[in-house]
Write a protein that binds this ligand. Structure first.
Ligand code: NAD
Length: 274
């Protein structure tokens, strides 16, 4: 594949760029994931709550791509926190995907008000031990949630998937992740296509390289070491978003991007979202 892999803290290889399917209805996910696999994507990011694990799984099966060349991520939804509920929810996700294992299973949100993410994570550890998730991790965990897992559980999360884009650069989280060999995965890497792709700095860097705004934003992530999972249902954009491995941003470009950080969240605050 044209996409380089990063090595997770348990030795598993994960493509640094994958395809996200949030807000894609099940039947459209079948088509979109098919386009993505044709374009060379091998990593797919879904979740129980997206309602498209079935369409995603059917597209994976229909593609004929060998299972061991795919990297499939899904996530445990909020209503299923707790040890037993997590084990049940995982079984249901596997059934909907039509798979015998996933490559990465994530707790979607920490839900601090419920305070069950430690027990929930212990269920992920069991799933991992059984070989039904090659790697386990979390999503939307803040540093203090991660610290608690590190203190109270035994498998260091392989990944923390967080909102991250040039307007929310997450420097502290990234440094903490790096210090614990947790891979940083960026959700909404394109800022959901709202505003960021029209930003003047992004446009200037894009013009300089003869690339699109989406391409230079993805390049910024890759050069920072982030895993990215851009979403699109438009075949030309799906191809455009993976065509980012034959050019590089220089130090001046990266300095311009650094100035775009505005601490601006598009999604909920993980400390209060439940
Ligand atoms: P994104 O940042 O990937 O932006 C997607 C939008 O950008 C598209 O809908 C389209 O409008 C636009 N776009 C895409 N490619 C483009 C291009 N080449 N040119 C112009 N516009 C383009 O947004 P996202 O879907 O929110 O995030 C990506 C993935 O991250 C999701 O699909 C999902 O898998 C994951 N995610 C996870 C969480 C979480 O809580 N863990 C939350 C949100 C998203």
């Amino acid at each position: 594949s044209k996409v380089p892999a990063i090595t997770l803290n348990n030795g598993v290889a994960m493509p640094q760029l994958g395809f996200g399917v949030w807000q894609v209805p099940d039947d459209e996910a079948f088509t979109a994931v098919g386009h993505a696999l044709d374009a060379g994507y091998r990593s797919i990011d879904t979740a129980a709550v997206y309602g498209n694990e079935e369409g995603t799984g059917k597209a994976l099966a229909a593609s004929g791509v060998p299972r061991d060349e795919l990297f499939v991520t899904t996530k445990l939804w909020n209503s299923d926190h707790g040890y037993d509920a997590t084990l049940r929810a995982f079984d249901q996700s596997l059934t909907r995907l039509g798979l015998e294992y996933v490559d990465l299973y994530l707790i979607h949100w920490p839900l601090p008000s419920r305070d069950e993410y430690v027990a929930t994570y212990r269920a992920l550890e069991k799933i991992h031990q059984e070989g039904r998730a090659r790697a386990i991790g979390v999503s939307n965990f803040q540093i203090h949630h991660l610290k608690r897992l590190l203190d109270e559980t035994s498998v260091v999360p392989a990944v923390d998937q967080i909102e991250l884009h040039p307007q929310l650069q997450q420097a502290e989280a990234r440094a903490f992740h790096a210090g614990h060999r947790i891979a940083t995965e960026a959700w909404s890497p394109l800022g959901q296509g709202r505003g960021l792709l029209e930003d003047a700095t992004v446009a200037r860097v894009a013009a300089k390289h003869g690339r699109t705004p989406a391409q230079v934003v993805l390049r910024w992530h890759l050069q920072l070491g982030n895993v990215v999972i851009p979403k699109s249902v438009t075949p030309s954009r799906i191809r455009e978003n993976i065509d980012v491995f034959d050019f590089e941003l220089d130090d001046a470009d990266l300095a311009e991007f650094a100035r775009l950080d505005a601490g601006r969240r598009l999604g909920p605050d993980p400390d209060t979202f439940d």
